[in-house]
Design a protein around this ligand. Structure first.
Ligand code: TMP
Length: 204
């Protein structure tokens, strides 16, 4: 049986990455040896993808170049990691996927959605996550969580209005694909969020 594909999304500072390994461990316990759980991330997830991540997070580039490189890294990720795992029957938990491109390059930077849809159709060939967990927080909470952390990368250094547009595009997509998305109020404490995540996993 084909495995399931779960993605984590949210603006920088929403706290999603804290929950990735926890969710993977809970899935391992539930699957109890019948399937493995692969954790991965975007941009990245393969040696080439991690090299592209360095460029994407630190080099200034044309907006369309940025979108194309995100999808180039994704093509490699799907071919080398995601598809083989799902075909083996393993589950894949990815810290970000294509919703991030619609939110950041589309919402945040203003690239027309239709352009991204062309790349999505080409690169994914019908592949979509089975479940997307959107960690949602107001801008104030996100920037307070980021303050004092390491040196901000290219995206983390973006303006408040950029992140407001990014957040709104995530929420718009969640409303549009309500079957696939679960929106998590990520202003709550980690244990409170874990209770909700456990309930969501039980439905899979
Ligand atoms: P991370 O901080 O969750 O590891 O993600 C790296 C950054 O890359 C984050 O600021 C969001 C950004 N990003 C995009 O702009 N578009 C994309 O398609 C992806 C996957 C990430």
């Amino acid at each position: 049986m084909r495995g399931k594909f779960i993605t984590f999304e949210g603006i920088d500072g929403a706290g999603k990455s804290t929950h990735v390994e926890w969710v993977a461990d809970r899935l391992r316990a539930r699957l109890a040896g019948t399937a493995s759980v692969v954790t991965t991330r975007e941009p990245g997830g393969t040696p080439l993808g991690e090299d592209l991540r360095q460029l994407l997070l630190h080099r200034k580039m044309h907006l369309e170049t940025e979108a194309l490189l995100m999808f180039a890294a994704r093509r490699e990720h799907i071919a080398e990691v995601i598809e083989p795992a799902l075909t083996r029957g393993d589950w894949v938990v990815s810290d970000r996927f294509t919703d991030a491109t619609f939110a950041y390059q589309g919402g945040g930077r203003g690239l027309p959605r239709a352009r991204l849809e062309v790349l999505e159709a080409w690169v994914q060939d019908g592949l979509q996550p089975d479940l997307t967990l959107l960690f949602d927080v107001p801008l104030e909470t996100a920037s307070a969580r980021l303050a004092g952390a390491r040196e901000p990368d290219k995206f983390e250094a973006e303006s408040r209005t950029f992140f407001e547009r990014t957040r709104q595009e995530y929420l718009r997509r969640a409303a549009e694909s309500a079957q696939r998305f679960r929106v998590i109020d990520a202003t709550r404490s980690i244990p409170e969020i874990q209770v909700e995540l456990e309930k969501i996993l039980a439905t899979l």
